[in-house]
Design a binder for this molecule. Structure first.
Ligand code: GMT
Length: 377
């Protein structure tokens, strides 16, 4: 390895794919000998136990009474600068253009422009925030002032270019899974808590925001369970959950649905599923479909955002037009009723996750980007 680097990482540390990817990347880089400094408002939830080469710096927000809104972004920028100076960081790797790339830009200016900034786009800042004319320019500034920008799918690169009219290079860095954590676990015992041996398990994991179209999840499940004895496991929580619970009650399906709430050990939970449902309206990548794939679980989902780059329709799952729950249910039934086809899909899932989206490949790509911005051959 060329010399080990000192890297500051900022992400949203609470539940969410971008936080998971940022934390897992930090852990993997630390294993490779780099020194990683997380600079976040709380401990990233996947960080867990003590790790060699990993440090955590908490951003404390001043709540002085004249501030109607505590200035988190300024506290973050100051903390980034402080940590960079004290620890002699080579670069900051921030996840999300706003506010994180903007905070990094301020930290860079405070450190006399020596500090390099790498920004990874995860979607919501582009697909949601960049639609807002009042934020467009600041998102563009965050991207254009970074030394390197990456995005988690080709579709997100295209959308960023279209919405923000950006010409600067944006590198593709797909999300990844750690193959030592995501593999089919032995869960026969646990499975009997949720389903009879002859029943299939459909699963949906998300933050239950409107973009996830969780009503479609219920419609697909209702259609499938009318043909095949099936259970639905819902993992996660969010604004649409009460609506979904009411819909499930009204359809008389409550006895076939299990609400697991927020879960940390997703690989264990995923191994319970026969199929993952991801009928989203927008999804820059769809990390949960990759996590499912790595556990040998095919996805039934929508042709939205980056999902088709991940799920090969007809090989590792089936994708349909957004909202076409009829076709999604038909595909689920087809796959669940054909054992040979299911086995083929399962093997294709495992192979694809371990090759195209494996941690070694993507971590090496990020390292290369770091060395490039630092001018280290
Ligand atoms: O999906 C969310 O609402 C959470 C958000 C996040 O910040 O984690 O997810 C975005 O980033 C993930 C990691 O790159 C992607 O897998 C999700 O597709 C993306 N969400 C959207 O584009 C809606």
């Amino acid at each position: 390895m060329t010399r080990p680097l000192k890297i500051g990482i900022t992400c949203y540390p609470s539940l969410g794919g971008s936080g998971v990817v940022a934390t897992e990347l930090g852990k993997l880089l630390a294993e490779k000998g780099h020194e990683i400094h997380f600079i976040t408002h709380s401990m990233p939830f996947r960080l867990g136990k003590f790790h060699r080469n990993i440090f955590y710096h908490e951003v404390e927000v001043s709540d002085y009474y004249v501030f109607r809104y505590p200035p988190y972004d300024l506290s973050l920028a100051s903390k980034m600068h402080q940590v960079a100076k004290l620890q002699q960081l080579d670069l900051l790797h921030v996840h999300y253009a706003v506010p994180h790339a903007i905070c990094a830009l301020l930290a860079k200016q405070m450190s006399g422009n020596k500090l390099k900034v790498v920004t990874t786009l995860h979607g919501t800042d582009i697909t949601v925030l960049a639609q807002d004319e009042t934020l467009k320019n600041i998102i563009r500034l965050g991207i254009q002032s970074s030394d390197a920008v990456t995005a988690v799918s080709r579709d997100l690169i295209r959308e960023t270019r279209d919405l923000l009219e950006i010409e600067e290079p944006i590198e593709l860095t797909y999300n990844f899974v750690d193959k030592r954590i995501y593999y089919p676990r032995e869960v026969a015992d646990l499975r009997s808590d949720y389903a009879e041996p002859h029943e299939k398990i459909l699963m949906h994991i998300s933050n239950f925001r409107p973009v996830k179209r969780t009503c479609d999840v219920v419609d697909i499940f209702a259609k499938v369970q009318a043909q095949i004895p099936t259970r639905l496991l819902l993992v996660g929580e969010g604004p649409d959950l009460p609506k979904i619970q009411a819909k499930i009650d009204a359809m008389g399906l409550s006895h076939r649905v299990h609400y697991l709430g927020k879960q940390d050990d997703v690989a264990e939970v995923l191994s319970l599923a026969d199929l993952m449902l991801l009928p989203s309206e927008k999804e820059s990548f769809g990390l949960v479909a990759l996590e499912a794939m790595a556990c040998g679980v095919p996805t039934i989902g929508s042709v939205a955002g980056g999902i088709p780059e991940l799920v090969k329709s007809g090989e590792t799952g089936f994708l349909s037009k957004i909202g076409d729950t009829e076709e999604m249910a038909e595909n689920a039934i087809r796959l669940l009723s054909d054992e040979a086809m299911y086995t083929r899909f399962r093997e294709a899932c495992l192979h694809r996750a371990r090759t195209e989206f494996c941690n070694d490949l993507i971590t090496a790509k990020y390292e290369q980007i770091y060395y490039n911005v630092l001018g280290i051959p």
